[in-house]
Design a protein around this ligand. Structure first.
Ligand SMILES: C[S@@+](CC[C@H](N)C(=O)[O-])C[C@H]1O[C@@H](n2cnc3c(N)ncnc32)[C@H](O)[C@@H]1O
Length: 413
């Protein structure tokens, strides 16, 4: 494999195929670069909204999980080069305090509970597939764990790597969609983890940034993409999808009781003028829907579009399929979800993977479940305490489910 880096595009030759992916501007891409100490080369890539597309790689400092698994000198000498066909970069790093001087990004939710469930300890290895502002990753690193953090938003990668720069020998960031994490990790030769954490949805920073269009509380472009390089924005969907498709999105992803009325209003509005801003869409919805309680009438419409634009449920299904295989026996998977659609998928996957036998009426006896590999540790989802909700109202809908990987058959565990 070879990487040819141009100013804005990256050409990857892989198994004879030649692929071109977009690369974030270098100024944004090379964040936290410390010459002579640590090389962090960030390859942003294009990932379309479609179910399967180019995985995109963001490569950082990984002295501790290179192919050879040697922890030799924890990279303190600082080196970078090609090894085994992979770009390996490593840098010296200290354990200096982190995050000082950075603007607020996101408050990690159920932090202590997640740390306890993950049994974070010195030298254990974790995968944080929703790096965001790096809050959960920082919790792991401060307790002596090592982390690979993933995010599809280059802004999150830049913030978290700056915040966690003091842990550069124990932390590495990759940019991409977590549905592609197995390919990304195979590419860099990483082994299994002691724990995997997913904190689904968007961060406070994304929500509060008018340019991302996640909130109708601020006027901005109707975008809603976590990955700014993804093919289609919410405005593209709203202005081009047929009525039936808009209706399906509002029903399936928003569970919006007034879906038909809203879809009709959108289609009517766009014949006069394209709907291109968050305020415009919120006004269209408000013109045909009543406010129920404290909730803005456009809340479910925005939720539905966000899920559709980012294919959030499809990505979660792919992630849930792959994650157990990437845990060591005894390793733990912690998933924090924020609405019933996500939580239902997590609950069902955990049920399916923790059932030892399957029974069907047409079978004479139950049969072993070939997928059986987890033990669920949270019979009911863990919710934030009243005190946490008071301190951080955005935590109120959080639900944490945790499962543990069972010993593998035939292992002398
Ligand atoms: C709630 S925030 C995580 C906050 C983080 N735990 C912290 O403490 O700062 C969710 C993050 O996951 C990212 N994200 C959501 N879905 C993703 C996906 N399918 N692939 C990669 N990143 C994703 C978002 O861009 C966002 O930065």
């Amino acid at each position: 494999m070879s990487y040819l880096i141009g100013s804005q595009t990256l050409t990857i030759r892989c198994l004879g195929a030649r692929r071109r992916v977009a690369v974030s501007p270098l100024s944004e891409a090379i964040a936290g670069y410390k010459l002579g100490r640590s090389l962090r080369l960030f390859f942003g890539g294009l990932r379309s909204n479609s179910r399967r597309a180019e995985p995109c790689f963001q490569m950082g400092t990984w002295p501790w999980f290179g192919g050879a698994e040697s922890h030799a000198d924890e990279g303190r000498s600082g080196s970078a080069g090609w090894s085994g066909g992979r770009l390996i970069s490593s840098g010296g790093g200290s354990q200096e305090p982190t995050g000082a001087g950075l603007p607020f990004y996101h408050e990690p939710i159920l932090l202590e509970e997640i740390m306890a469930y993950l049994q974070v300890a010195d030298g254990r290895r974790y995968l944080d597939v929703t790096l965001g502002g790096g809050g959960h990753s920082e919790g792991i690193l401060q307790r002596g764990g090592h982390v690979i953090g993933l995010d599809q938003d280059p802004g999150a990668i830049a913030h978290a790597t700056a915040r966690l720069r003091g842990f550069s020998t124990k932390f590495c960031a990759l940019r991409g969609n977590f549905r592609d994490f197995p390919e990304m990790l195979q590419e860099i030769g990483v082994d299994r983890f002691d724990g995997i954490v997913a904190d689904l949805g968007i961060s406070s920073r994304q929500l509060d940034d008018p340019a991302k269009g996640f909130s109708f509380m601020h006027d901005g472009p109707l975008d809603l993409r976590m990955n700014p390089d993804a093919d289609k924005s919410a405005a593209d969907l709203v202005n081009t999808l047929p009525f039936e498709e808009l209706l399906r999105i509002l029903i399936e992803f928003g569970e919006e009781p007034q879906a038909r009325r809203i879809a009709r209003a959108i289609v009517e509005q766009r014949t006069k003028r394209p709907v291109e801003t968050t305020k415009h869409l919120a006004d269209v919805v408000s013109s045909v829907c009543f406010r129920k309680g404290h909730r803005h009438p456009a809340t479910l419409t925005f939720q539905a579009l966000r899920i559709a634009v980012n294919d959030e449920l499809g990505a979660l299904v792919d992630f849930l399929d792959a994650a157990p295989r990437w845990l060591k026996p005894g390793g733990r998977l912690a998933i924090l979800s924020f609405h019933s659609l996500e939580d239902r998928l997590v609950k069902r996957a955990f049920q399916r993977l923790s059932t030892p036998e399957i029974d069907k009426v047409e079978w004479p006896a139950p049969r072993p479940n070939p997928e059986y590999c987890l033990k669920v540790l949270t019979r009911k989802p863990v919710e934030p305490s009243e005190e946490e909700v008071k301190r951080n109202p955005r935590s109120r809908s959080a639900r944490l489910r945790v499962a543990e990987k069972l010993p593998e058959k035939g292992a002398n565990a």
